[in-house]
Design a binder for this molecule. Structure first.
Ligand code: FES
Length: 579
């Protein structure tokens, strides 16, 4: 670093970049001036990075350039200098083989983009499923003043006068087509009716869940989770977020001061109260790992499994995110938790206030959508963590989305070694399967797929569907879309691809699922399992590129599926300059 650095400058961007009175300072300022910025903007005011996941290939975030303009308004008003920058955008519906494969890669992009640039504070613009955890993970490892802004859910889907929800409606209608009760013409017709406005999925799927987690963690201004993308109040929130980040920089109020254990506990309980996605389990553990907060799978059960679901939203219920906002949104839910003694009231949030200060007067306008704690929508709705000889390190199930009569079940396993084998055989009429069987899918975990695809909610065989049966017990090392439902055991760890017990299950074995007892058991003797293990062959590691690095370093689902060398934080010092 040069002697001519402005060492007394208040902010990082000034000390390391724009405040230098030397050749390097010339370089840093001069190239920026090609955008027309006048010299006085480099006078030491806070530089606010707007980390934008806009992409036309991420339809849920396609409105983010417009939304960023409102953030900039707020930054200018508060005396900051906003600079927008792109990071890898992960579009859930387009990206192959699965967006989750790239969550950790995108987090590296975010972390190094923030650390390497002249930024004093950052606004994270997040929407589609993986864009939220990847930005939080990257920013958490960098530790600057940081605030989140979600893009907001789409308006309700409406088809033939009936509300249809993102994802959830697709699973329902595609099963109706397979059962012969809906035509392909109707199915195609429903496409434009389901997603008719800007925004992310409007069920309580993973995107809405993660937007809620951002708010429950205290990482955004209150109200972030539910305001529809096209509602003018989303733009207002963006502007207020822009104002607030400038204050946070002036106060040196960093992300590590918000992401504390008590904030994660609030998020885990909030996830139960909203009937949130199982994907939140993996994402929150990965974020916690970046800031050194202990959060493990057992915490999810201990903290959240007894918490009732208060929100009647698809896929667990009937309403959609638009209704949730009109009913009061997440602040109304958090208030219920607080009044029930289930909120860490003092947890600090991005606006500098405690969680309780933010939500203690939050109104609820519709008790059909947001139930009172004393009259919940569903009892004991949080994630349940199962263990046993089939999942020594745990597996998860979302009881609120499961069929009550299947929560204790013994059935004959029908095993699919891969998702390809599943697709090739499930529709065959000669497949030896009925509704009492347990469908087992292997090799779809973090290393196995690779990327841990959302295929755990396997469609049922047609011959079972034709009987009018809509649910069976399904077990895998995969994830499940947050918009999906059913008696689906997920995230089985260790996964099959590393030789976990799931790899050893054979068709015809019997499996006992007992959710109240938190147990999942394969009725095969230890001796027989040892014999099968001796015959097991590990799959090959991909030959090159990011996928090779990912498979060699990704951790198991019960650890958050981060890359092992990304756990933790490096802070955000001013890097050495090499001009
Ligand atoms: Fe983007 Fe659902 S596909 S939020």
């Amino acid at each position: 670093m040069s002697d001519t650095d402005n060492k007394n400058a208040k902010f990082r961007s000034q000390r390391g970049w724009f405040g230098r009175q030397d050749r390097d300072g010339f370089v840093h300022r001069s190239w920026m001036k090609n955008q027309g910025w006048p010299h006085d903007l480099f006078d030491g005011r806070p530089i606010i990075g707007i980390c934008n996941t806009w992409s036309e290939l991420t339809p849920c975030n396609a409105h983010f350039r417009e939304l960023a303009e409102f953030v900039k308004r707020g930054v200018w008003e508060a005396g900051g200098f906003p600079l927008e920058f792109p990071v890898m955008s992960l579009g859930e519906t387009q990206l192959r083989p699965t967006a989750m494969l790239f969550r950790n890669l995108a987090s590296m992009d975010v972390e190094e983009s923030i650390r390497g640039n002249p930024i004093d504070g950052v606004v994270l613009m997040m929407g589609c499923d993986k864009t939220t955890p990847s930005l939080l993970m990257g920013a958490a490892s960098c530790d600057l003043p940081t605030i989140g802004l979600s893009g907001g859910p789409m308006l309700r889907g409406i088809y033939k006068g009936r509300e249809i929800g993102s994802g959830t409606g697709v699973w329902q209608m595609s099963e109706a087509v397979r059962a012969g009760t809906m035509s392909m013409e109707e199915f195609t017709d429903a496409e434009a009716s389901m997603h008719r406005s800007k925004g992310h999925c409007m069920t309580m799927g993973t995107a809405s869940t993660m937007a809620s987690m951002v708010e429950a963690l205290g990482m955004s201004l209150p109200g972030n989770a539910a305001i529809p993308a096209v509602d003018a109040r989303r733009a207002t929130l963006a502007q207020l977020t822009g104002r607030r980040i400038v204050e946070m920089v002036k106060q040196d109020f960093r992300i590590s001061q918000i992401l504390k254990r008590e904030n994660f506990e609030n998020a885990v309980r909030a996830n139960a109260a909203i009937g949130g996605s199982t994907n939140a389990v993996i994402h929150l553990m990965a974020i916690a790992g970046r800031v050194g907060v202990e959060l493990d799978l057992d915490d999810w059960d201990a903290l959240g499994s007894h918490v009732p679901c208060l929100v009647d939203l698809q896929p667990s219920g009937q309403h959609l995110m638009e209704d949730f906002y009109y009913a009061g949104g997440l602040p109304a839910v958090l208030r219920e938790l607080g009044e029930a003694g289930l909120l860490n009231n003092d947890a600090l949030t991005a606006n500098g206030k405690s969680m309780w200060e933010n939500v203690k007067a939050a109104p609820c306008w519709n008790r059909e959508v947001i139930h009172a704690f004393s009259d919940p929508f569903k009892d004991k709705a949080g994630i349940a963590v199962l263990k046993g000889n089939l999942a020594p390190n745990g597996a998860v199930i979302k009881p609120s989305a499961a069929s009550p009569h299947l929560l204790q079940h013994r059935g004959r396993a029908v095993v699919f070694e891969s998702i390809e084998e599943f697709h090739a055989t499930i529709d065959r009429e000669d497949l030896d399967i009925d509704e009492t069987c347990v469908m087992v899918l292997k090799n779809c975990g973090p290393k196995g797929y690779p990327g841990m695809a959302e295929v755990g909610n396997m469609p049922l065989p047609p011959k079972v569907l034709r009987k009018g049966i809509t649910d069976m017990v399904r077990i895998s090392d995969a994830r499940m879309s947050g918009t999906a439902y059913g008696t689906v055991v997920l995230h089985t760890s260790p996964e099959a691809a590393v030789g976990g017990p799931l790899a050893l299950v054979k068709t015809g074995d019997f499996i006992v699922l007992d959710v109240p007892a938190r147990s999942i058991h394969l009725e095969v003797s230890d001796e027989e399992l040892a014999r099968r293990r001796a015959e097991w062959v590990a799959p090959p590691v991909p030959a090159r590129g990011y996928v090779k690095m990912y498979v060699e370093h990704v951790m198991q689902a019960h650890e958050g599926a981060d890359l092992d060398f990304l756990v933790g934080s490096s802070g955000a010092p001013v890097p050495r300059d090499s001009h």
